[in-house]
Ligand binder design. Structure first.
Ligand code: SIN
Length: 192
């Protein structure tokens, strides 16, 4: 059984005193917004890179056969494009449940990708760090693609997570060699 982060997130960052909160999504939160939001805007964060290094026990795999999903890894020279959502604090009850398999929320700074690119905002991001029990760590992109190709969980096939994310990143004009290399390998394995 993997560590469940719901209680830890609710204890460390109470949000109820805020009218609204920005959330930065970089994985499934980009393309699957199954929660109400006030507005959403493409954004970038600095000092982090997206990597398929997190195991998924509850969405794209099972505890016995975890899938592979995205987390953020600290990298001082890197940046990561995603989608930011302005939400009311109550929405984090749902989000904490959705992200419970190892993700902790942190405040960080985003910059906008659209016309007000000079403006910055503080908001939350869910990160599954190397010390969480579901963390799988680094592997080459071909091995990650093979792992994803054979994985499936309650939220559906693991390939859908990767392919939906790659498509969403193209729509954002985001360059992400790691994700696109896994996509190329995965499509070769799936012969699509
Ligand atoms: C995120 O999308 O920001 C977190 C990881 C995920 O839910 O896929």
């Amino acid at each position: 059984m993997s560590h469940n982060t719901i209680a830890e997130n609710q204890k460390r960052l109470p949000l109820d005193h805020l009218e609204s909160v920005w959330l930065f999504g970089y994985g499934s939160l980009i393309y699957k917004a199954d929660f109400p939001y006030l507005q959403r805007r493409p954004a970038r964060i600095h000092g982090w890179q997206r990597r398929f290094w997190q195991g998924s026990h509850d969405h794209r795999g099972t505890p016995e056969k975890p899938g592979r999903v995205a987390t953020l890894i600290e990298a001082p020279q890197a940046s990561c494009v995603g989608m930011a959502y302005e939400v009311t604090p109550d929405v984090f009850t749902h989000l904490d449940h959705r992200e419970k398999n190892g993700y902790l929320r942190f405040f960080t700074t985003f910059e906008w990708l659209d016309h007000q690119a000079d403006q910055q905002v503080e908001g939350l991001v869910y990160v599954a760090g190397p010390d969480n029990e579901a963390f799988l760590g680094a592997a080459n992109e071909a091995d990650i693609a093979a792992h994803i190709a054979r994985s499936e969980g309650p939220s559906g096939p693991n390939p859908d997570y990767l392919l939906n994310l790659a498509e969403a990143l193209r729509q954002l004009d985001a360059d992400d060699p790691h994700v696109f290399a896994i996509e190329t390998e995965l499509l070769r394995i799936l012969k699509r």
